[in-house]
Design a protein. Structure first.
Length: 313
């Protein structure tokens, strides 16, 4: 059928473009993921949405299409903590592996998923591999107290293709929003959402509410899921779509974080992570607080769990 009729609606510029209904967005994104459109249509979709911006209804529709096509992990007894990792480190060490392993140490099942969207950054997947957490080659059950890494291509090859468009046009597209929101499991998840710009915080929060998700939302470290160890950020939680304020933002930025290395390479970051886990260096306060918030959300999600597995919208 093609997507030209959708592009006519969304491609009229920031002021003239019309938002899509959830069902339309799902149909459009499904065709994108299925690879049933031309490269020209793909580029037009990405550029049009970049100019227009995504509404919560559209993001919900994109998620509907994504969840219908994901290779999803089996349900876990405790809610699965989902850590999207797509930005990597540029100035500070990537702390997503540390967050994942601290959560696993608390007995939670943890899934980190990601793909390289920029070639110049140090990736969480590389640090995890150095910590003997290699990328999965197949979907399998995740145990309580276990942290695993899944490449995006394992979850859905079409989603990885969409992310790769950034390497051609140099701009983010809806795929970069979807991977920070999706639930790659059949059971309850706690999605750890992060943002760098306030407008994304608003759209992500509205999408969590609209889709009834359990999630944590805060400004991340260089776009990663882990908290910035230098700051006390605003943190909001969502339990099946109900918003909870977990932490208020505090002014100021620490000049130094005890023990945090100045180098960001894989081996230095992996060694720092090992030493924190061994108790040789302190857990950064912001990361410790984030772990506590996630544990609270997982507990609340478990307490409100119905007798049947909740259907992902």
């Amino acid at each position: 059928m093609g997507i030209s009729h959708y592009i006519k609606e969304i491609g009229r510029g920031a002021r003239g473009a019309k938002p899509l209904a959830r069902e339309q967005a799902s149909d459009l994104f499904g065709q994108v993921l299925d690879g049933s459109i031309t490269d020209l249509e793909m580029g037009a979709f990405c550029l049009a949405m970049r100019i227009k911006g995504e509404t919560p209804e559209e993001l919900a529709g994109f998620l509907d299409a994504t969840h219908a096509r994901l290779a999803r992990f089996p349900a876990t007894d405790r809610p699965l903590v989902v850590l999207p990792s797509y930005n990597g480190a540029r100035r500070l060490p990537v702390l997503t592996p540390l967050l994942a392993l601290l959560l696993a140490r608390e007995g939670l099942p943890v899934l980190v998923h990601g793909a390289a969207t920029e070639s110049t950054r140090v990736l969480a997947s590389s640090v995890l591999a150095a910590l003997e957490v290699p990328a999965l080659a197949a979907i399998r059950p995740i145990a309580e107290g276990e942290a695993v890494f899944a490449p995006t291509a394992l979850l859905n090859p079409g989603l990885k293709r969409l992310l790769d468009v950034r390497r051609v046009v140099g701009l983010r597209n809806p795929g970069h929003s979807v991977v920070k929101l999706m639930q790659p499991a059949l059971g309850d998840c706690v999605v750890i959402g992060s943002y760098t710009h306030p407008e994304y915080a608003r759209s992500m929060a509205a999408t969590f509410e609209l889709t009834g998700m359990t999630a944590l939302l805060s400004r991340g470290l260089e776009g990663e899921s882990a908290a910035d160890p230098r700051r006390t950020a605003q943190v909001d939680g969502f339990v099946r779509g109900q918003r909870i304020e977990l932490q208020t933002q505090q002014p100021g930025t620490q000049a130094e974080v005890p023990g945090l290395p100045s180098e960001i390479d894989v081996e230095t970051t992996a060694n720092y992570t090992r030493r924190v886990l061994a108790g040789e260096l302190p857990v950064p306060d912001a990361i410790a607080q984030q772990v506590a918030h996630i544990l609270q959300l997982a507990q609340r999600a478990q307490e409100t769990r119905t007798t049947h597995t909740a259907e992902i919208p």
